[in-house]
Design a protein around this ligand. Structure first.
Ligand code: ADP
Ligand code: MG
Length: 680
């Protein structure tokens, strides 16, 4: 590794180094890769007489007079420094507050650059606290050019940043190894690292700045893809379990379902079974909209695993979901002779211990559980397949733990967050991807109705009608932090009010702060249609599967994200009855909330919704939420830079294919930069 330490850079002492650390700048290379967020065009000098009020101008002029005085009118008698500047076309008055040291810097006769917003004061134009610099410093980073603006913290100014990056470039740019090999730069016609760094920080034209930025966008995507393929290459060399897929057995499972798989489900199943046959571990993401039937597909994979004599583990984020999956697995696979157990924290200690022993001895072939599965004392005899449902509810580290309880088991990861394919490929790292594109047949499109507060009565009578027809309803109340008593309190108030509205029905409240036992009881009663209305928080968002519940009312929709609304609506798309999704708007709805509701009303296509979500929230938020893949992308936005992404994929694939260990001399640069990049 090159030693590009910050301490070699002129002007950086330990104090500044500490400040830079807050910006995650620890090395000279970090500094050079700290790109401006935006630019300002300060190339053109405006004659003073052409200055107009309310606009920013750059002026170059000579100081004609100066003065320091106190101003009583202002708080605490602030000091004011005044200077009158002329460029021959006119005079400009400049004032600075509380910078008395200017007295020692600005003298009559000095030539100054001044950049500020013109304001009118007592009939004449003036600059208040403009940025300034003496013209004598020829190599200005701040004036007479396009200047970059950086994200900063207290303790460093834009000027200082521009200066030290300049010093850093001077010091290191000739030593810096270009992370992109020459042949790739040739192929993509992109500037070399030195030119690109100079142009991204100190561009002469906006075109240069764009070209430089393009290079770094490509570079980021290229390295993200190098990582994808390296991980993949490593995995292919890992010894896994080549499962045997017995056609007759598959048919036996098939017969146990009271529906046949959609062609989309079939396609995904074929891909999964192909993977399972391979001698290296499967690492596949099964993506499909809420209600598309991912579980059914997973049941086949689990069947194949246990039929080959291995154990399978299914991890889900909530107990209710665990019970639901347990039931589904039980009904299909138990009759075929397999033991399905459940492991959640609400079980009695004795029961837990029994299951843990049974798992260790290999008597339990299939286990469904929550985070409990990750407990240290949970061991398997021969874990062959790990299924993780609703993967976004788990952290990256958690997901990695379960497979470690076996010897390179196959992994099937399920997600209802639909992401455009190309994007998924780049952010899900080395996962292979299967998509379920269609919902099971005969599903009704949900009707989405947006109403105002005034229509509340109508909503209640609508619910009553549906309940009389035998259906059930959810009323969803936003409780952002279940641990906040205040939020739970208002949920309970709502519940009390609703009980009075729906006197002839059974209404129950349901939230994460209730005891697990109570929650499971209620879920069971709701499933059996002994409860008509569930007043709930978003705990129902994940997985609850009640076919008879076809009405959902959402209160305070502005407090829900787009994909959350979509997930919620997915709960009532489970049967052949017409579902109704009713959003009660409130006065607090801002622009963004209105847009979200508009999107929800317009479409129920999960992919479209995900794209809109990405647009509304921006990739940072969106990816952060997904907790997967590459948080290091700083300039690239895979959604917008699709073309670059395609190229990056193609070239990275070639690199790893031809030189999987990056040993070729012309790939040394990739290897070196990779360490820097991963370290981010
Ligand atoms: P997901 O996990 O993808 O949201 P599920 O696997 O829970 O969806 O399936 C939702 C519902 O659809 C379940 O009740 C399931 O039994 C049913 N289902 C799944 N596949 C089919 C199919 N091919 N035809 C009819 N119903 C199906
Ligand atoms: Mg599911």
């Amino acid at each position: 590794m090159q030693d590009l330490s910050l301490r070699y850079i002129k002007g950086i002492g330990s104090k500044l180094a500490n400040t830079l650390a807050k910006l995650e700048i620890y090395s000279g290379k970090d500094l050079l890769y700290y790109f401006p967020l935006r630019y300002q065009d300060r190339r053109y000098i405006t004659p003073i007489k052409e200055i107009k009020e309310g606009v920013h101008f750059l002026v170059k002029g000579k100081v004609m007079a100066r003065n320091v005085r106190g101003v009583k009118r202002f708080l605490f008698g602030r000091k004011l420094f005044e200077a009158v500047v002329s460029d021959g076309s006119g005079f400009l008055n400049c004032v600075w507050f509380n910078q008395p040291y200017l007295r020692d810097y600005i003298n009559v006769g000095d030539e100054l650059f001044l950049y500020g917003k013109a304001t009118l004061f007592k009939g004449s134009i003036q600059f208040i606290s403009p940025e300034y610099e003496k013209f004598s410093s020829v190599d200005s980073f701040n004036f007479g050019r396009i200047v970059g603006f950086y994200r900063l913290v207290e303790g460093i100014t834009q000027r200082r940043m521009r200066k030290i990056i300049f010093e850093g470039l001077k010091k290191f740019s000739s030593q810096l190894l270009d992370p992109l090999p020459f042949y790739i730069r040739e192929e993509r016609k992109i500037p070399n690292i030195r030119e690109a760094l100079e142009n991204i920080h100190y561009p002469s034209t906006f075109q240069d700045a764009n070209l430089a930025r393009e290079r770094f966008i490509f570079e980021e995507l290229f390295f993200s893809q190098i990582m994808v393929y390296l991980r993949k290459a490593r995995r292919v060399l890992t010894k896994g379990i080549p499962f045997k897929v017995d056609k007759d057995f598959i048919e036996e499972i098939r017969r146990r379902f009271d529906f046949s798989l959609t062609s989309s489900q079939e396609e995904a199943l074929v891909q999964i079974l192909e993977d399972m046959k391979k001698p290296y571990p499967m690492h596949r993401l099964l993506q499909g909209d809420v209600g598309s039937g991912k579980t059914a597909v997973a049941i086949f994979a689990i069947g194949v695993c246990v039929h080959s004599g291995y154990q399978a583990a299914v991890m889900v984020p909530t107990e209710i979901l665990a019970f639901q999956h347990h039931q589904a697995l039980q009904s299909i696979l138990a009759p075929l002779g397999f033991r399905v157990d459940i492991l959640v924290s609400s079980l009695s200690k004795k029961m837990r211990e029994k299951i843990i022993t049974s798992l260790k001895e290999g008597k339990t072939e299939i286990v469904v559980g929550t985070h409990s599965l990750l407990d240290e004392n949970v061991e398997f005899k021969n874990l062959g397949l790990v299924v993780i449902d609703e993967q976004h509810k788990f952290g990256v580290a958690q997901r990695a733990l379960l497979p470690k309880k076996g010897k390179n088991p196959d992994c099937l990861i399920m997600s209802a967050t639909p992401i455009p394919r190309s994007l998924a490929l780049s952010i899900y790292g080395d996962l292979d991807l299967s998509l379920i594109k269609e919902l099971p047949p005969n599903r009704c499109q949900p009707q989405t109705i947006v109403v105002d507060q005034e229509n509340r009565e109508w909503v209640y009578s609508f619910i009553k009608d549906k309940l009389k027809e035998g259906r059930q309803a959810y009323i969803i109340y936003p409780v952002i932090e279940e641990s906040r008593l205040q939020d739970i309190h208002s949920l309970n108030q709502m519940y009390e009010r609703l009980k009075k509205v729906f006197t002839q029905f059974r209404v129950e409240v349901f939230h994460g702060q209730m005891s697990k036992k109570r929650r499971l009881e209620i879920a069971e009663d709701f499933r059996k249609n002994r409860i008509n209305i569930l007043v709930a928080t978003t705990v129902v968002e994940v997985g609850i599967n009640i076919e008879n519940a076809t009405v959902m009312v959402v209160e305070n929709p502005e407090r829900f994200g787009l994909s959350q609304l979509h997930q919620l609506r997915g709960r009532i798309r489970r049967s052949t009855y017409q579902p109704y999704f009713i959003v009660i708007g409130s006065e607090n709805m801002g622009e963004n909330a209105r847009k979200r509701i508009e999107v929800i009303k317009e479409t129920s296509d999960g992919f479209k919704i995900a794209e809109e979500d990405l647009k509304l929230r921006g990739p940072g938020d969106f990816f952060g939420h997904l907790q997967w893949g590459f948080p290091h992308l700083k300039v690239a936005n895979p959604l917008e830079d699709l073309d670059n992404l395609r190229w990056a994929r193609k070239l990275a694939y070639q690199v790893v294919k031809n030189d999987p260990h990056l040993r070729k001399p012309y790939h040394r640069c990739i290897k070196e930069h990779l360490d820097f990049w991963i370290g981010k």
